[in-house]
Structures are given as structure tokens and as C-alpha cells.
Design a protein around this ligand. Structure first.
Ligand code: PLP
Length: 433
């Protein structure tokens, strides 16, 4: 069912589900089943021919996962969603759904490292070229575009730089050519809605804030339903020419009776069918549980983070704090244009004393978890120079904004006094005052 509300607080609790028709269960049941009995041969034939929508096999769809998908689509203001087993699967599918051997996409350089590896190595091996450009100048996307460019890709609030992506500027360039902008909004659910600014597709690692409790790896793609794939048909052959993998269906034609969902239906019925990155119903349930409180949690994450930023900005051990609230000029304008509910809950800071200070800081923390993750209800810290960025040559670390003394924090929901007390321990150990 659809909920008649534009308020994320209400959507997060109600979209996609109202008490189960048989038992009246209020919480979404976990449909822990692989398969679904067909009523008769006609029903089965209709399902396979996409004449009727319904469940066939949990690799392709599941009722619990379906509620998660409906809820995510409603939260983002999109037409439909596809839940996947990880954020990595979501990023990969989002691109593979449009780009084939010999095609290319243009991507922002400011990306999660796992996405960078996927783009620079695995997609390249599969024959898809990713052209990386600096998003500081949106026109870099236009300059890198040619006839085989199928998508633009970016993150709303990429770490470690934490400079907000110029969503509407780049989406507008893409729409001139029939190229959709895909935005990974993992770091900014609720506080940013990329579809409202012209993005066509949103990607999530639900592992982070949406799930919110560090229990379940998951991902999702949301189809904005706001992109005219047929306007430049030669630009998007994957959706506008017959697909031999689905008895010659032309996706933009085939879905007309059900809505502007060609992109997401193709991803489900071809990529998910063939590559199989389906979430488990149990993980879908846990992610839904998380989403019920995501609006409240984001509010507190953001409040606590701003207090931490103000605390660190006044410390003599700290050279600088990296957070949208500390930015000026065009970077700050973008943050204010796209982040509507605060500046996010990730921050970086650079310690005096470089690598060793970073190590001492992390090793002295007693409450923050030292993990390679973000978006948990608990506060998390990592020192990129000794972990995620240890393989990078010093020069490229600097290019990505990571210096040897850089520490990244993902601020949780604990009482602010306890968060600051733990940071105080770290700073005392780091020294350099
Ligand atoms: N996108 C971003 C921005 C991320 O931070 C991550 C994970 O850290 C991913 C995608 C990949 O998600 P997952 O770990 O769920 O595969």
C-alpha cells in the first residue's frame, strides 16, 4: 500500500505495509521461503511473461524484501526500488544495467574505496571504461562525455573529503545528452534526496545509516522514474532495443502498463536473475527495523556531530577539521543546497604529529569502536593512513584528502559527554598541544 504522507517520519514507519491480511501482524513478517506456489498454469505463465506481477523465487523477489523496496522508494521520492545483498552489488548493478562492453561512464573521483576498485579494475576487466573527473567543476562531466557514455556517477557526501557533490548541475548536463546521474546517497539518507535535484537513480549501502545498527550488509537501487530514456534512444540501447536475455523485450515498451520503471525492472529481471545478489529476507527485515527510526537517528547523529566538530575545532592538537560546516565558498553553497537536515555525521580531522599521533589517538580510545565502517548507532573511528589508505602512495593519499595524521569519525548516538570524554582521551595520547 502507499501511505498518503510526504513526511519521512511517517513514510519510514508505514510505506509498503499495513497489517497482514491473514493474521493481522503489524510488524512486517519474515517470509523465509525460497519459492511461491502458482495458483495454476495460467498464473505461472502470466508471472513469467511479466503480464502479472507476483513472486516466483526469492532470488528475484520476496514479500519482506518487497516492503523494504517500497519503503525506500517512498522515502527517496522514487518510482520503485531493488534491494540487493550489499552496497557493492548495488553500485555494480546500477552501472551494469546500462553499460556494456565498449561503453563508458563518467564518475566523480570522490568515491568510497570499494567503488573505486570496482570501477577502476573489475568493470574495466568487464569492458566498461570509467572516466574519473574532478567534481569541483561540473563541466568536467561534459568534457569526458562521448557517444558511448551511458551514465554519470557520484556520491552525495563522499568521505574523506566530505565535499558535497553538485547534483543538479551535473544532472542537468546529463539530461542534455540522455545520460542519467546515479548518486550514492549512503552517507546522507533523510538529510539529502538526490532525486529532488535531478538525479535519476539513487544507490545505497543500507549497511550504514538506513540499517543503522551495524547488523546487516545490504544495498539498494532506487529508480527515480523521472528520466526519459526514450528521448535519445541511441544513447541507452540497453533499455530501448530488444533484450535477447528476456525474449527480445524492449524494456521501455514492456513496462509501459506499470509505470516509468524500465530501468529497475530490467535490473531485477536480468542482472539479479543472472548474478543472484539477493538479500536474505531476514536481513531485509533487520534493515526495515532500522529504517523505522532513521529519521530520529539522523537528527541525533547530526546534532552530536556538530558538537564534536565545534569541540575539535578549538583544540590545539588539531590542525583542521573536515566537515561541511567548516567549508566556505562554493563548497559550502553546495552543502547548503543539497543537505537539508544538517551536515551529516561523518567528520575528519588532522592531528599535529602525523602518522604516530594518529596511531596513538586511535589506540587510546575506549568507547569508540576502531572499525572500517560508518553509520552505526555507536561511534566509530579509523585512521586511514594505517588502514584503508595504507596502500596508497603518499601523493595519492594527499590527493584524496587523506594525510598521515588524518582521523575519520562516524559519530553515534551515545550521550555527547561520553563521546567528548573519549575524544579527550585520544587527544591526550596524541599530544601535540
Ligand atoms: N557506498 C559507500 C558510500 C560506502 O561507504 C560503502 C561501504 O562502506 C559502500 C557503498 C559499499 O557498501 P557495502 O559495504 O554494503 O557493500
Amino acid at each position: 500500500m502507499t501511505i498518503d504522507s510526504n513526511h519521512p517520519e511517517t513514510i519510514a514507519l508505514h510505506a509498503g505495509w499495513r497489517a497482514d491480511a491473514v493474521n493481522g501482524a503489524v510488524a512486517v513478517p519474515i517470509y523465509q521461503t525460497t519459492s511461491y506456489q502458482f495458483r495454476d498454469t495460467e498464473h505461472a505463465a502470466n508471472l513469467f511473461a511479466l503480464k502479472e506481477l507476483g513472486h516466483i523465487y526469492t532470488r528475484i523477489g520476496n514479500p519482506t524484501t518487497g516492503v523494504l523496496e517500497a519503503r525506500l522508494a517512498a522515502l527517496e521520492g522514487g518510482a520503485a526500488a531493488l534491494a540487493l545483498s550489499s552496497g557493492q552489488a548495488a553500485s555494480a548493478f546500477a552501472v551494469q544495467n546500462l553499460a556494456k562492453v565498449g561503453d563508458n561512464i563518467v564518475s566523480s573521483t570522490d568515491l568510497y574505496g570499494g567503488t573505486w576498485n570496482l570501477f577502476a579494475n573489475t568493470l574495466k576487466d568487464q569492458g566498461v571504461e570509467v572516466r574519473f573527473v574532478d567534481p569541483a567543476d561540473p563541466d568536467n562531466f561534459r568534457r569526458a562525455t562521448d557517444d558511448r557514455t551511458r551514465a554519470y556517477y557520484a556520491e552525495t557526501l563522499p568521505n574523506p573529503k566530505l565535499t558535497v557533490f553538485p547534483i543538479s548541475e551535473v544532472a542537468a548536463i546529463g539530461r542534455e545528452y540522455g545520460i542519467p546521474l546515479i548518486v550514492d546517497n549512503t552517507a546522507a539518507p533523510i538529510i539529502a534526496r538526490p532525486l529532488d535535484h535531478g538525479a535519476a537513480i539513487v544507490v545505497y549501502s543500507t549497511t550504514k545509516y538506513l540499517g543503522g545498527h551495524g547488523t546487516s550488509i545490504g544495498g539498494a537501487i532506487i529508480d527515480g522514474g523521472n528520466f526519459d530514456w526514450e528521448r535519445f534512444p541511441q544513447r541507452q540501447p540497453a533499455l530501448t532495443t530488444p533484450d535477447p536475455s528476456y525474449h527480445g523485450a524492449i524494456w521501455t515498451e514492456a513496462v509501459k502498463p506499470i509505470g516509468p520503471v524500465a530501468y529497475i525492472i530490467k535490473a531485477r529481471t536480468t542482472l539479479l536473475r543472472d548474478l543472484g545478489s539477493a538479500p536474505s529476507p531476514f536481513n531485509a527485515f533487520l534493515t526495515l527495523q532500522g529504517i523505522e527510526t532513521v529519521t530520529l537517528r539522523m537528527e541525533r547523529h547530526v546534532q552530536n556531530t556538530q558538537k564534536v566538530v565545534d569541540f575539535l575545532a578549538n583544540r590545539s592538537e588539531v590542525i583542521k577539521v573536515i566537515h561541511p560546516s567548516q567549508q566556505t565558498g562554493e563548497m559550502r553553497r553546495r552543502a547548503d543546497a543539497y543537505l537539508k537536515g544538517g551536515y551529516g555525521a561523518l567528520l575528519g580531522f588532522e592531528l599535529k604529529g602525523g602518522l604516530e599521533a594518529g596511531r596513538r589517538f586511535i589506540d587510546a580510545l575506549t568507547m569508540f569502536y576502531h572499525v572500517a565502517n560508518i553509520g552505526d548507532a555507536r561511534s566509530l573511528a579509523i585512521h586511514p593512513a594505517t588502514t584503508t589508505h595504507s596502500q596508497l602512495a603518499e601523493e595519492s593519499q594527499l590527493a584524496s584528502g587523506v594525510t598521515p595524521g588524518y582521523v575519520r569519525l562516524s559519530i553515534g548516538l551515545e550521550h555527547i559527554d561520553d563521546i567528548l570524554a573519549d575524544l579527550e582521551r585520544g587527544l591526550a595520547a596524541a599530544g601535540g598541544a
